[in-house]
Design a protein around this ligand. Structure first.
Ligand code: ATP
Ligand code: MG
Length: 420
């Protein structure tokens, strides 16, 4: 036998027996974001590498370590999208979508690719629902993006298990002075920082604040706090956001260590964290990025959004016993006795489907006994056995598999009304 080919490390198949959970969750997510007016955008799986160099930024782990980049046969550098925000902004700019009016609210459910060390809740191909709100500078836009995240978690029944942390990281007006303070602070610990942070110190000291290395985070505890260094505009914006969250009754904590360490990320940043699935507990991360449109060659367009990891969301839901999905069962299984009856049963199943039922018949030439076992196994609500007499009379008994009750049905009439 030929050797089997295995799936690449860090990928995960979804089997036909568990995909209903994904269908349920995705439908729910689309419904909730739709309540806020977010409309779906679809973007390609791969983009020119340059988009992410500029749109994610060359001081990030994503760009430095995690991208799937290759040359295509035309010699272009191509990257599998590691996130959805930059492709969305690229598409909105390229297609002039903002001309339709603002705020523009777009969402996507897509896979992302990052070369990371796979573990529970951390994959190389994973999925996100992302929402992006373009055109509003107002703190209510940030509040709406955060409340969309909160409503998703509340509607899924895990709102009280997940903590909302918020922070503000300032803007190009107030950040340079803060950067300088951070640099001066961390310079004193230069030799103790990890290799990554040594280079962050030069390029973007803000990112040291969210380094996962224990020594670095210990040092970061004493660092100057961004919130103490905001300009008036950023401070007012943050106050407005906090006031709105409080007015909505949304509990939050301020965590000054959350950063989106790029120049075009501005003001609010936030995350929703669950602590029951180990260290990969950030279910959702987002913030404002008022500089990104300009970075990608557009005019100034304020923007705010989030990305929520669907695998992490499912892990959380499973851990909390909140997967409220059911694999849909067939309404009816048409069993047969004999070759002619097999074809008759087959056509009856098709007729039932045109009535809108979920119907199946035997495709395996199984014995009647085995067909009934199968109907039971797949959870059919009713079975109808077709034999010679049923074919002659066009009358049959539908057996309710749960109760054993039999209902006489006329096969020349719509079956649906006679059963359900
Ligand atoms: P982390 O700090 O866990 O690496 P991140 O800051 O890289 O997260 P974002 O880029 O903000 O994550 O992505 C948004 C969300 O996507 C995360 O909050 C998480 O739920 C999910 N996510 C990110 N990377 C992965 C991954 N490799 N596997 C599964 N989910 C992921
Ligand atoms: Mg990451």
């Amino acid at each position: 036998m030929a050797q089997k080919v295995t799936a690449p490390k860090g990928t995960k198949d979804v089997s036909p027996y568990e995909s209903y959970k994904w269908n349920w969750l995705e439908n729910k997510l689309c419904g909730i974001v739709g309540q806020y007016g977010f409309k779906e955008i679809r973007v390609p799986t791969f983009e020119h590498t340059e988009l992410f160099l500029r749109g994610v930024g060359d001081t990030t782990d994503i760009v430095n370590k995690e991208m799937y980049t290759f040359n295509d046969k035309g010699g272009r550098s191509i990257t599998l999208r590691p996130e959805g925000t930059s492709p969305t902004v690229r598409s909105v700019l390229e297609n002039g979508i903002l001309n339709e009016g603002t705020p523009l609210k777009a969402y996507y459910i897509l896979s992302c690719f990052r070369y990371e060390k796979p573990q529970a809740g951390r994959l190389r191909e994973f999925h996100q629902i992302g929402i992006e709100l373009f055109g509003s500078q107002d703190y209510t836009a940030d509040a709406e993006v955060i409340s969309t995240g909160a409503k998703i978690l509340n509607d899924l029944g895990i709102g009280d298990k997940v903590k909302l942390n918020i922070n503000s990281i300032g803007c190009p007006k107030c950040r340079p002075a803060y950067h300088a303070k951070l640099k001066a602070y961390f310079a004193d610990y230069k030799d103790e920082l990890c290799e990554d942070c040594k280079s962050r110190l030069e390029k973007n000291p803000l990112r040291i604040l969210d380094c996962k290395n224990e020594r670095c985070s210990k040092i970061a505890r004493g660092a100057p706090v961004g919130l103490d260094n905001l300009c008036d505009e950023c401070a007012d914006h943050f106050e407005g956001l906090k006031k709105t969250l409080t007015a909505m009754g949304l509990d939050y904590s301020i965590n000054t260590k959350i950063v989106r360490g790029l120049d075009y990320y501005t003001k609010s940043v936030f995350e929703f964290v669950y602590d029951g699935i180990g260290s990969q507990g950030t279910v959702c991360g987002g913030g404002r990025y008022d500089g990104l449109f300009e970075e990608l060659g557009g005019n100034h367009v304020p923007a705010v959004g989030f990305g929520m990891g669907i695998e992490r969301l499912l892990l959380t839901l499973e851990a909390e016993g909140k997967v409220q999905a059911e694999d849909p069962k067939p309404d009816i299984f048409f069993a047969n006795i004999g070759e002619d009856a097999k074809i008759f049963a087959f056509t009856q199943a098709e007729k039932a489907r045109y009535e809108g039922l979920r119907a199946q018949s035997d495709l395996m030439n199984r014995s009647l006994n085995a067909q009934m076992k199968y109907a039971n196994k797949i959870g059919a609500k009713y079975t109808i056995v077709i034999g010679d007499s049923e074919m002659d009379s066009k009358k049959a008994d539908a057996k309710n598999m749960a109760t054993g009750e039999k209902i006489a049905v006329d096969l020349t009439k719509p079956i649906k009304e006679q059963l359900i």
